[in-house]
Ligand binder design. Structure first.
Ligand SMILES: [Zn+2]
Length: 332
């Protein structure tokens, strides 16, 4: 009885710890310096997260503590590929409609994609069982296709490693007859794992026998490529929902990868600048230009470090926010 009680309390403690580690709040804090890439992040985070409507341009305005004003405007560029500045890269990302994520992140992921390709070839070469053949049925997927799969319940998540060409689906046939499951998939999975790949049959919440991927989970992908957090950020609310649904019925064990991803996203954002508190009144230092912005509406973010506010405009309307830093949710 006592043991059960202890276990019960332990599980309460760990539940609380879990939910706190995945929640991140913007706390008012003095922000001393910012880079243009931080402005793009703040602009994107303030967006309604599932609305991927692209912008045709974006203007970033940064006034530093001494009152020096820097401005940059990005236009959407269909020929855009990799650029040396992260801010331009991220700005282009929010201006692209229905992106091909593999093409967009090609330079970032180049080495991983080519390693994955060669491991896939090795798996194919090593899969030698009498009467059985395997082939890859689905490899790269567009974001649009992935979101359609998710809507139909075929996939739990908004972003898959298929979107980055870091996953493939395997179809196994016995004498030309397609097999949906069977021990042979485990044999394939064992070869894949020996090669250093990760097998979908090991997924806890959503086992997928015919799936292999290059990373253990999305959290691992993010830890090695922190810029990709920008991609996952769009879907943070969706991942939180997947996690809390299971956690609320005590089944965190089924969504460990989701929890791991949310924690990785929080690690990455911890102590980064953010926008707190909606609908601030117009600060005195903005009176000079606010009318001209409203007359000439365009997507922009304007940050003033001296007075610690930011103005974000999308269409005709804009809002002022106070500056802060992302923090883990304070313990109650
Ligand atoms: Zn798959």
């Amino acid at each position: 009885m006592r043991k059960a009680l202890i276990l019960f309390f332990l599980s309460i403690i760990s539940c609380t710890a879990f939910s706190q580690s995945i929640v991140r709040t913007c706390q008012p804090f003095q922000v001393d310096s910012l880079q243009f890439k931080d402005l793009v992040w703040m602009f994107a985070q303030q967006d309604s997260l599932l609305d991927l409507k692209p912008y045709s341009q974006l203007t970033l305005i940064l006034e530093d503590r001494q009152g020096k004003r820097l401005e940059k405007t990005f236009q959407s560029d269909s020929t855009f590929r990799m650029n040396e500045s992260v801010d331009e890269y991220l700005a282009q990302r929010i201006m692209i409609d229905k992106p091909d994520l593999t093409a967009f992140w090609a330079l970032e992921l180049e080495d991983d994609i080519s390693l994955f390709k060669s491991l896939k070839d090795s798996l194919l070469a090593k899969f030698k069982f009498k009467y059985y053949t395997m082939r890859y049925s689905s490899e790269t997927r567009s974001l649009k296709q992935q979101l359609a799969l998710q809507r139909r319940g075929k996939s739990k998540i908004a972003l898959s490693m298929h979107n980055f060409s870091l996953a493939a689906d395997v179809a196994i046939y016995r004498k030309k007859r397609y097999l949906k499951h069977g021990l042979i998939y485990e044999k394939m999975g064992t070869i894949a794992k020996d090669l250093g790949l990760f097998w979908g049959g090991d997924f806890v919440g959503f086992p997928d026998l015919g799936h292999i991927q290059a990373f253990k989970n999305s959290a691992e992908l993010l830890r090695q490529h922190p810029n990709l957090a920008f991609e996952f950020e769009h879907f943070k609310a969706n991942y939180e929902q997947v996690y809390t649904q299971k956690a609320s019925v005590g089944r965190e064990d089924l969504v460990q990868d989701t929890q791991d991803l949310l924690e990785a996203m929080n690690e990455f954002r911890l102590n980064q600048a953010c926008l707190c508190e909606k609908a601030q009144p117009i600060p005195a230092s903005a009176h000079a230009w606010i009318a001209s912005y409203q007359l000439n509406p365009k997507p922009r973010i304007h940050v003033n470090l001296k007075d610690q506010w930011a103005y974000v405009q999308r269409g005709n309307t804009g809002y002022f926010f106070s500056l802060g830093l992302w923090q883990r949710q304070a313990k109650k």
